[in-house]
Design a protein. Structure first.
Length: 535
């Protein structure tokens, strides 16, 4: 108990200094017992005073560590060391029976968070000041201008000072002086922050028949600054569309790569390919659950362990499909289509029975969370970057397997001339099974990757089966290179069209293009040559 009292005494000494310099009794009561408007006014007054010690109280309030006794009109600050009476500065043990938390709502929490960020501008730590300045880019109001001015006067780091100058210009747009507003609007023309565009659009907006900004000169400058900001942002928007297109293309490539083997090389129309993708995603979910239960300390590494599990699980399901059904239907495409469609329905219902009809949650590991801030309006998510790299690695592995291994030689031999391959001793039936298992396993890898960027549910594969067939047919049946070009091309084109016409019309436009293209060039982008074409 003596240790607790010593810690409480130390906290009390700090709090006495804080209260003496920053917060009056009236302000403290307003924060604890006032209505929301009065609380907001008091918070603004503490921020305008630009006293860093006020941060302690506002953080305690925001973290629900400020508690009150309504009957006794007493305010307490709670810490790990104990409770302190905010007025008498004395340790309190125990607290009154009627003690309760200060009433808070989203508006209050937003005001407190903005105020705490503003007061951290005066922190001795440069990293803290930088994060505070960034937060104020979109969470400041006119009452914070004195604090921003004070921080600017003492700031020594150029990158932080640039952010503060930008924030000051935004705040000065609310000045009653038209000349100050004009200067602020002109200064914002140097910004490349997307929030600046929103601010300037607000200046040019109308309320009824009147402009928000009454001065025509200020509006004219705001329009010039808006044009300058948009010119700076356009590169980020275009690069963002290209990255999104490559990201979508890599997803389509993963989904279509297995189909390029089962359909492109083997000629099997596998309508259950999407369900093999779904099985890979659920295998990832199961591995995640095992890590969470039995190895929580290694949870962030569940994904590398899930990759071989997803591949093997989907490959085994595919090999069972091939040995039990598909092997009897080679050369009969219609029957194969109907049979694999039936298998897809069975697999969907089986997953619903085991895991339920609702989507399941698959979490990103910590190392796949967040992203790279490439430009002010362009963030490259780590999970998308990893999936793009993973798609490239899978593609390289498939190419090496087909061109540098005995199995790849057998697959190409059986694909080119099954009868001749059998005559020279190639076990064609076994090669068919292995090749189908390989294509199915790659579909499982695609499901593992897709689990990191979207929902995992029984209908996951339905969203990719049509796109997968489009990629394979557009690229050229049996051509891995064509699959790559088709997937990336469709991804980038689709994203650019989405920006023009919306997602639905973009999808329709892509489908119409593929139909017309196949009519003109049935062999796809890359046609088979030589004996492949005659097979």
């Amino acid at each position: 108990m003596s240790t607790l009292r010593l810690a409480a005494a130390l906290f009390c000494a700090f709090f006495v200094s804080f209260a003496a310099h920053a917060v009056t009794s009236e302000q403290l009561e307003a924060l604890a017992f006032g209505d929301n408007d009065l609380k907001v006014q008091t918070i603004a007054a503490l921020v305008a005073a630009a006293d860093p010690e006020a941060l302690v109280l506002l953080q305690a309030m925001n973290e629900s560590r400020m508690q009150v006794s309504p009957e006794q009109k007493r305010v307490f600050i709670i810490s790990d060391a104990g409770a302190i009476d905010a007025k008498s500065k004395q340790a309190v043990d125990p607290l009154p029976d009627d003690v309760e938390e200060v009433v808070m709502n989203n508006r209050m929490r937003r005001e407190l968070a903005n105020a705490a960020a503003a007061l951290q501008l005066l922190s001795p730590d440069a990293a803290t000041r930088f994060e505070s300045a960034k937060a104020l880019q979109s969470g400041s109001n006119a009452t914070m201008l004195p604090l921003v001015e004070k921080a600017l006067a003492t700031e020594t780091e150029s990158h932080i000072k640039a952010l503060l100058v930008h924030t000051r210009s935004i705040l000065q747009l609310s000045s009653p002086d038209a000349e100050v507003r004009h200067t602020a609007a002109k200064a914002l023309s140097a910004s490349d922050d997307p929030n600046t565009k929103t601010v300037l659009l607000g200046v040019l907006a109308k309320q009824g028949d009147h402009y928000v900004e009454p001065d025509a000169k200020v509006r004219a400058q705001a329009k010039l600054s808006l044009d300058a900001v948009e010119r700076k942002l356009v590169w980020g928007e275009k690069l963002g569309q290209i990255f999104s297109g490559i990201s979508l293309g890599s997803v389509l490539l993963l989904a279509a790569l297995g189909l390029a083997i089962t359909y492109g090389l083997m000629g099997v129309i596998n309508m259950a390919h999407g369900e093999l993708i779904m099985i890979g995603a659920y295998a990832t979910y199961v591995v995640q659950g095992l890590f969470r239960t039995y190895a929580p300390e290694a949870f962030d590494w569940y994904l590398p362990a899930a990759l071989p599990v997803a591949f093997i699980t989907a490959a085994l399901v595919g090999m069972v499909m091939e040995r039990s059904v598909i092997r009897f239907l080679y050369g009969r495409p219609l029957e194969t289509l109907l049979a694999t469609w039936g298998i897809s329905l069975v697999l969907i219902q089986l997953v619903r029975t085991i895991f339920g009809a609702q989507n399941v949650a698959v979490e990103n590991p910590v190392w796949m969370s967040g992203g790279v801030q490439a430009l002010s309006n362009l963030v490259l998510p780590y999970n998308r970057i990893v999936i793009i790299a993973f798609a490239g690695a899978v593609l390289l592995g498939v190419w090496l397997l087909l061109t540098r291994t005995r199995l790849g030689l057998f697959v190409r031999g059986v694909t080119q001339n099954r009868a001749m391959a059998g005559c020279v001793g190639v076990p064609t039936a076994r090669v068919d099974t292995y090749a189908f298992g390989l294509g199915s396993g790659i579909a499982g890898l695609a499901g593992c990757a897709l689990s990191q960027i979207g929902n995992v549910g029984p209908d996951l594969g339905q969203a990719y089966i049509v796109d997968s067939f489009m990629v394979v047919v557009l690229g050229g049946v049996g051509q891995l290179a064509g699959t790559v070009y088709a997937a990336l091309g469709l991804g980038v084109v689709n994203k650019f069209l989405e920006g023009i016409s919306g997602a639905v019309l973009a999808k329709i436009a892509v489908l119409v293009f593929i139909i017309i293209f196949i009519q003109k060039r049935p062999q796809g982008l890359f046609a088979l040559k030589g004996r492949f074409a005659d097979a």
